[in-house]
Design a protein around this ligand. Sequence first.
Ligand code: DC
Length: 219
Amino acid sequence: MNIAIDGPAGAGKSTIAKLVADKKGFIYVDTGAMYRSIALYIIEKNINSDDEVDIKNACDNIDIKIKHEDGVQHIYLNDRDVSTDIRKEEVGNMASKAATKKVVRDKLLNLQRDIAASNDVIMDGRDIGTFVLPDAELKIYLTASVMTRAQRRYDQLAEKGESPDMDKIAEDIEKRDYQDMHRDIAPLKQADDAVLLDTSDMTIEEVISKISDLIDNVK
Ligand code: DC
């Protein structure tokens, strides 16, 4: 069984998908981590992300592997575990940029479909229900208002001891939404057959319970 969860940055997709996967015995696949790994390579090698030839060469030199260790997804970029390094804000922004390129998307598509073909997965991203897994048994479009998402991000960073700038966070979220929703290839949008869940006024427990019910109704 395949479950697709799509939605904008900061909607809580990975937190929710991870918890639901644990509860329901699915493998959680974070496709954003794949785009982030390519972005990390671009940043570290100082590659011009607007140069099609350079991006194509980079993709040819990149090998991405996903491994599940004790139920947790680890992502390997050319055999280096980059699971932590890809979490920086800068990497997310570059991932959104790199994700507009066809060569980058094509590279990750087969990897994503192969994992879904041989496992029960909850896969999250931007184009899973619309493009990667159009036949997923359950599709969810998880969203929340910009201010709610910015506040959650702010709280996460503050908890880590950082001094975040709320306006800058909200601005980054809006910029990323725009870029992900307006690109030519596989833009972020709700699939026609996806269930819309706006989590602005929901607790994590409420969202998990709602998705668990939806899964039970499919089985
Ligand atoms: O979910 P995330 O923030 O880790 O994703 C980083 C970027 O990767 C996101 O802004 C757009 C891109 N992405 C994508 O285009 N398609 C996906 N299925 C997942 C992520």
